[in-house]
Write a protein that binds this ligand. Structure first.
Ligand code: GLP
Length: 256
């Protein structure tokens, strides 16, 4: 795993946008995450689309997860969020996400897995991390080879996400999420984390044991994983000096 410590969220956004942009081409398959962490990335991609003719024509995208039971048109459904924050502002061809309104949730999970496979798999997957170490909506305890399925949110995640709703009572209890095994099949995993509240999860993900207790630690199992963190999220990293040294001395020919 490559850990990159950057000054702030804006710098993280530019770096992750650079990585994503390498996969923006006809036939490219992007894995998109919601939450506030990737927003600087999406703002930068929109800017490049508008100002530098970065075209997403011929690209497809798959979302990581979705709330179960939240109407598709609800402003906080992840399909609405990704439209508002990114895909309405670029020329991407098709965006798919798990359908949280499906009457048969296990069948929908199977459909989603098949759709990703049929598209040829995800080339680059953008990720955030929950304060409890969740990846997508794979809460602590998620099995490492898990596939798309329903999960029950922890109290902590519902409290964290209550800021997007009128009250915590409006945050759904259940979600459909790509499994950890599904996520691990993407070609390149790029996790972005910012702020002091993410520091413990970032340290566990990068330097703790690989464990279902910290689902984001599965990044350690992937041959191409990049963790981009701002200074505040990096404070508990034991090898922070080494990561900075490695970035400073990175060979010109080696892209992030
Ligand atoms: C949400 C999403 C995750 C996201 C995480 C962190 O619940 N399901 O994909 O990475 O929690 O969110 P944020 O980036 O807003 O801190």
């Amino acid at each position: 795993m490559e850990v990159v410590i950057v000054e702030d969220q804006a710098a993280a956004g530019v770096l992750v946008a650079d990585i994503v942009a390498r996969h923006v081409r006809p036939g490219g398959v992007l894995g998109l995450a919601t939450g506030s962490s990737p927003l600087p990335v999406y703002r930068e991609l929109i800017r490049r689309h508008r100002e530098e003719s970065l075209s997403f024509a011929g690209c497809r995208a798959f979302l990581l997860d979705e709330y179960v039971g939240l109407p598709r048109e609800h402003p906080e459904s992840y399909r609405s969020v990704i439209r508002r924050e990114l895909t309405d502002h670029i020329d991407i061809d098709r965006v798919d996400g798990p359908d949280g309104e499906a009457t048969d949730i296990p069948a929908e999970a199977e459909r989603y897995e098949a759709a990703i496979k049929e598209a040829g798999g995800v080339d680059v997957q953008v990720l955030g991390v929950g304060t409890d170490g969740h990846l997508g909506f794979n809460e602590p305890g998620s099995s490492l080879p898990s596939r798309t399925r329903v999960k029950t949110l922890t109290r902590q995640t519902r409290e964290d996400n209550a800021r997007f709703f009128d009250s915590i009572d409006d945050v759904p209890h259940h979600v459909l999420t790509q499994g950890l095994g599904t996520i691990l099949e993407a070609g390149h995993l790029v996790l972005i984390a910012a702020g002091a509240s993410k520091a413990p999860a970032v340290a566990s993900a990068a330097e703790g044991p690989v464990s279902a207790f910290c689902p984001a630690s599965v990044l350690q199992l992937h041959p191409r994983a990049t963790l981009v963190v701002d200074e505040a999220a990096a404070t508990q990293l034991k090898l922070a000096d080494y990561y900075r040294y490695a970035a400073t001395h990175k060979p010109d020919w080696q892209p992030f």
